[in-house]
Design a protein around this ligand. Structure first.
Ligand code: ADP
Ligand code: MG
Length: 858
């Protein structure tokens, strides 16, 4: 049986230690996979499944990928959320006794990839770890291994806050202890949709002691160690570019609840998950990949500290004013490569000479950056320029050692400059001299033999040779030449002195290639020592890049610097930063927002499609832009600092999520209500849609009342329940506003203009008309509406509505009180009755409705 060969035993043993990964088992020029790994890999990678030991009793499923093209296959698996264990032969097969020793040399996981082909240069690649403590607190650590960044956050406010925090971060993988309660693990995997990994052991690694020096809380040290242990376990090497953990003080940042980042489309759109159409897309005028990554980070964690925000605004202002200097700044920054990732690769050990030259060129640009910064008339910009300390030591190492245009390979020589190493110079001298000697020999032989076509050549198998064509053979003297190789029209010879020189040259070349490789490794080690300095410079360059991007986009789109005030938020002619870009003409209609001391809640009414949701999101985006340090889309803005933003999108608009039951909506409203403070901003967009009219309206009203009376958070509440506008009479800090629409020749015209007061009617039917519903249907709806509007008692309105709706389905109207339903009708009613709406997704509800309607139609 094929299973029991020594090699298969070795395989099974290694596989048993890496059950949750595809084991890439090195066999010669291939990585092979066996058993389930093979079956699954064949499916995922669309490669052929074969059998090992075919013809025998129990052949093993097997598939493989060539070593030289493995990177793409690995990438494919990692992108699907799998892990790949790379198992190499760790001894030379020629000297091995028995089966060649094999070991897993690296475990590649979605959160720990270092290979540049698997990293998107404008995105961070985060892995997180989560630890829980007996006092009910949690610690989250974030790490981007490609750049060595570590961030750590302590959460004492319970599990829900953990989910909200993690949900908003772009993590690929999360490392947890297996002691985390099952239901919490379950929520992580369901809500976050990332690879779950386990790390129970948290041995404190002495090597990484210094990374924890700034952590005084034992919980943080433990949590950080969990992540470091996992990294060590996957990478199987020590990494010198890991930075001490930066503590994220969550309460020093504007917190976005779980759905805000998605609903507000900060970094990607809801539907297509594309950057195009998101706020990031509008704002990303960075020119370096590092800057782009930092901008994304800032968007995910806006600031709360007025001083820090205003410092950013000052700098943006400076960049904005000096547009000529900004242009030159952008130009120079374009030639600064990804210092952070280069530093990461130095530590990881997969950087080549060409990359180091890139590093050199990038660092050489810094004095120029610094000089340009000094030309701006702004003290914080000058301060930034002073932080760009010229990394002389690193440059002198690189400058003296590496040639300008080295090859990609570091094992074939031609990377080190002449004069860098004496021994290398001697070898090179020897080889050059030897080659010179051979060139001279060729001339000498030509002369002596009088054969013009005589030449000296070289090939790998035979070494150096003298080649003479057959026609000239008779000119050769006897005895001097030894025949080495016969070709169809020539003979190749060797002489003792040529042989001797050949040995000298080859030896010198071999030695110099070896030496160059070793020298390169040493240079890399030397650069390693300077990694923190490179990282520090990278950080400053990224900041400069993001702030110049803010200035650039603010100028291009006519944004204004906001002032931060204490009480009255007032935006004059504000715009939605993304929609105004998407609309090709200048047709976006600007609107004011006023939330003064006497206004906490704005209740927004207006027809469908008039711009309610846009208006609400526009405010949230403006707030976020202001608090990350960018200027804002309006003519003038007084902003107040918000500590948190909550967004709740009613069921109708949340179809995309596919899981928006009324229950979810209520849970999320509850989250806003329990966590919001008077300094928060709450957006409730058509809440209560997911249930029947009365339920929904009642809940909507009580939610508004509750926020108004107990929380005092600034709140925008859009609703299609006109009845709620009456609240203005009872709630003194609630104001009605509406989006204006006008009727013109029986059609509705949306003006997208926000006005004070409540909307006069809802125009729903006009919208239906716009949507091209059949004319008889529209007419019928018009007459129902008339009846409804002539009825002033609300409950009668509802009765009428219900009966009239029924008449759409059933030919004959059934007289009140006489319920003579047919058998079929009864079954439909029963089905309707049995629906458990709380547990249905909108899609399921649609399907069920469709099915019922089909019954009625036939
Ligand atoms: P509602 O929430 O009232 O149904 P939306 O906010 O979804 O309406 O807006 C519907 C459409 O109207 C948007 O897709 C947008 O194209 C357009 N719109 C909204 N507000 C404006 C505005 N201020 N200026 C121009 N077009 C707007
Ligand atoms: Mg809407």
């Amino acid at each position: 049986m094929a299973k029991s060969t020594p090699m298969m035993e070795q395989y099974l043993k290694i596989k048993a230690e890496h059950k949750d990964a595809f084991l890439f088992f090195r066999l010669g020029d291939f990585y092979e996979m066996f058993f389930d790994d093979a079956i699954n890999a064949a499916r995922e990678l669309e490669i052929t499944l074969t059998k090992r030991g075919a013809g025998q009793d129990d052949p093993i499923p097997m598939c493989g990928v060539p070593y030289h093209s493995a990177a793409n296959y690995i990438k494919n698996l990692i992108e699907k959320g799998y892990k790949v264990a790379i198992c190499e032969q760790v001894e030379d097969p020629k000297v091995a006794k028995g089966v060649v020793r094999r070991e897993v040399v690296q475990l590649i996981t979605p959160g720990t990839v270092m290979e540049s082909n698997m990293l998107n240069e404008r995105d961070n690649n985060y892995i997180a770890s989560l630890s829980h403590f007996s006092d009910g607190s949690y610690v989250i650590v974030y790490n981007d291994l490609s750049i060595g960044e570590n961030n750590i956050a302590l959460i004492s406010s319970g599990w829900e806050a953990v989910i909200h925090e993690l949900y908003n971060q772009p993590i690929k993988e999360i490392v947890i202890p297996s002691s985390l309660p099952d239901e919490l693990q379950d929520q992580l995997s369901k809500k976050l949709n990332v690879t779950l990994s386990y790390q129970d052991e948290i041995n404190f690694n002495a090597e990484y002691r210094s990374l924890c020096d700034n952590l005084t809380d034992e919980r943080l040290v433990k949590a950080f160690s969990r992540l470091l242990n996992y990294i060590q376990y996957t990478q199987k090497r020590s990494l010198d570019h890991l930075q001490p953990a930066k503590i994220i003080e969550l309460e020093h940042h504007l917190a976005l609840d779980m759905y805000s980042k998605r609903n507000l489309e900060l970094t990607e759109t809801i539907m297509k998950k594309s950057k195009h159409g998101s706020l990031l897309w509008v704002l990303d005028k960075t020119v370096t990949a590092m800057g782009s990554r930092m901008l994304k980070k800032w968007l995910e964690r806006p600031l709360l500290n007025k001083y820090e925000i205003e410092k950013r605004h000052d700098i943006v202002d400076g960049f904005y004013q000096g547009f000529m200097e900004r242009d030159s700044l952008r130009d120079v920054l374009k030639s600064v490569y990804d210092l952070e990732r280069l530093a990461g690769r130095v530590a990881f050990g997969n950087i080549n000479a060409r990359d180091l030259i890139q590093l050199k060129h990038s660092l050489e640009k810094l004095p120029e950056v610094s000089t340009i910064l000094k030309q701006f008339n702004q003290k914080n910009i000058i301060e930034l320029s002073n932080k760009l300390v010229f990394p002389e030591e690193i440059l002198s190492i690189l400058d003296t050692s590496l040639i300008e245009d080295p090859p990609i390979s570091i094992k074939e020589g031609s990377i080190i400059k002449d004069g860098y190493n004496e021994k290398l110079d001697t070898y090179r001298e020897a080889s050059r001299n030897g080659k010179q000697w051979i060139a001279e020999l060729e001339q000498k032989e030509k002369k002596e033999t009088n054969i013009k076509s005589l030449k000296i050549g070289y090939n790998r198998v035979f070494g150096y040779y003298i080649e003479v064509t057959k026609a000239n053979l008779h000119l050769l003297p006897e005895g001097k030449y030894e025949r080495k190789q016969t070709l169809s029209n020539a003979e190749r010879y060797i002489t003792p002195e040529l042989k001797e020189k050949e040995e000298l040259i080859l030896e010198a070349e071999e030695k110099s290639v070896d030496l160059e490789y070793n020298l390169f490794l040493k240079i890399r080690e030397q650069i390693k020592e300077h990694i923190p300095k490179i990282q520090h410079l990278a950080d400053i360059v990224s900041k400069i890049d993001v702030l110049q991007a803010f200035a650039t986009v603010s100028e291009a789109n006519n944004y204004k610097r906001p002032r931060f005030v204490d009480e009255t938020l007032s935006i004059k002619n504000g715009r939605h930063p993304v929609i105004e870009q998407v609309m090709k003409d200048d047709s976006f209609v600007p609107n004011n927002v006023l939330l003064d001391q006497n206004t906490d809640v704005l209740l927004i009414t207006g027809p469908n499609m008039s711009g309610k949701s846009t208006y609400m999101r526009q405010l949230a985006l403006t707030v976020i832009m202001g608090q990350i340090g960018c200027f804002v889309p309006c003519e003038d803005a007084d902003l107040i600092l918000f500590d948190q933003i909550f967004t709740r999108i009613g069921a109708a608009d949340d179809l995309v999520a596919g899981q928006s039951t009324f229950m979810v909506e209520m849970l999320e409203a509850n989250h806003a209500i329990t966590n919001a403070t008077e300094n928060s901003l709450i957006l409730l967009d058509e809440i209560g849609r997911g249930t029947s009219t009365y339920d929904g309206m009642a809940l909507a009203q009580s939610i508004v009342e509750y926020i108004h009376n107990n929380i005092h958070a600034k709140t925008l509440f859009s609703t299609h329940y006109h009845e709620l506008t009456a609240l203005e009479n009872t709630l003194d800090k609630l104001k009605n506003i509406h989006v204006r629409a006008e009727e013109y020749e029986g059609n509705v015209v949306f003006l997208h203009q926000i006005k004070e007061g409540a909307a006069d009617q809802s125009y729903g039917i006009h919208v239906a008309k716009l949507a091209n519903l059949p004319e008889p249907l529209i007419d019928r709806a018009g007459s129902i509406l008339n009846q409804l509007e002539n009825n002033d008692e609300m409950h009668e309105v509802a009765n009428l509505a219900a009966n009239d709706q029924l008449s759409f389905f059933i030919e004959e109207k059934i007289p009140k009180g006489k319920k003579q339903y047919s058998k079929e009708d009864k079954s439909i009613i029963e089905d309707l009755n049995n629906l458990n709406l709380f547990e249905m997704t909108p899609m399921e509800a649609m399907n069920e409705l469709y099915r019922l309607q089909k019954h009625v139609k036939k």
